[in-house]
Ligand binder design. Structure first.
Ligand SMILES: [Zn+2]
Length: 308
């Protein structure tokens, strides 16, 4: 079976103001970089209200819909904007992550990458923030647990920013292990090791500015992989942000493209060891267009190598 690539043209209709880092060109560069790869290409469906309600209250869904501008932009906070296409894009983004779970858990694909935007890992239960409207990765976890009946799902978030939204959405769900590494100090400021979840189900790994790939590998080998082995997930969901790359303009870690390839390969090995290779990845950040395209391609190529 192949690796699935799930996306939708409407993810390009979420437009941000000139100069905003989370821009349409990100996904365009990624899709261009993935052209020609032997992937199972699928269209992201729309997430339903029922899907969103597994992690967000109805008031948040209504608020996002109500803010949608007929034209131009609506500003939610200092970083987070909506255009007329944003609601539809965000429903495709969440829906793409859910479709990835469906394909992997039903055996239609070995593993899957959802190339979608807006990203999701900063969206909290009641609050859009940090370019994110709905929590795509956490919704994917809830979908796997509530709809497919899994008992344990792990999320690994290697975006350079703290996955505060994923942590919030899954804080009190003992069925979900949330592992997130992030530069600290850095926006949004959360992600301290003392934040461990209501059931000890959250693992925060702060990384000092300047952390390179060698140190990252040591942290993952000593802290993340043993924790995954002891949790024994039935599915691994990756929040794949590529903004820890040394060329990224929003942060100060020094990972290289090969480090993302290494980390992806290791997570695929763990998935093979623990859960029949079942791994789903969804796009989060990454703001240097070339580094983003190169790193995403390396990520997807490792998923393809692991597909059996
Ligand atoms: Zn980020």
């Amino acid at each position: 079976m192949k690796t699935a690539l799930i996306t939708h043209a409407e993810c390009l209709e979420h437009v941000t103001p000139e100069g905003h880092p989370e821009r349409v060109a990100r996904l365009e560069h990624i899709l261009h970089a993935l052209e020609g790869l032997n992937l199972s290409r699928e269209t992201a469906p729309l997430a339903s209200d029922e899907d969103l309600l597994r992690a967000h209250p109805a008031s948040h869904i209504a608020d996002i819909r109500a803010r949608s501008p007929a034209k131009g932009f609506h500003q939610i906070d200092a970083d987070t904007w909506m255009s007329s296409g944003s609601v539809q894009a965000s429903l495709r983004a969440a829906g793409g992550a859910l479709k990835a779970v469906d394909m992997v858990l039903t055996g239609e694909a070995s593993n899957a990458f959802a190339a979608v935007r807006p990203p999701g890992h900063h969206a909290e239960r009641h609050t859009a923030m940090g370019f994110c409207l709905f929590g795509n990765a956490a919704l994917a976890a809830k979908h796997a647990l509530d709809v497919h009946g899994l008992e344990r799902v792990a999320i690994v978030d290697f975006d350079v920013h703290h996955g505060n939204g994923t942590q919030d959405l899954l804080w009190d769900d003992a069925r979900a292990l949330v592992i997130t590494s992030q530069q600290m100090p850095l926006w949004p400021g959360s992600g301290n090791p003392s934040e461990t979840g209501a059931h000890g189900n959250v693992l925060n790994l702060p990384l000092a500015p300047g952390t390179d790939g060698q140190h990252m590998r040591a942290v993952y080998e000593t802290k993340v992989f043993p924790r995954l082995r002891s949790f024994r997930p039935e599915l691994i969901i990756v929040s794949a942000g590529f903004d820890a790359h040394r060329n990224d303009p929003l942060a100060g870690l020094n990972w290289d493209t090969e480090d993302f390839a290494w980390l992806t390969a290791e997570l695929c090995k763990l998935a093979a060891e623990l859960c029949e290779g079942r791994l789903v990845s969804t796009l989060e950040g990454g703001y240097d267009l070339q580094a983003l395209a190169d790193s995403t391609r390396a990520h997807v190529e490792e998923l393809m190598k692991a597909a059996t």
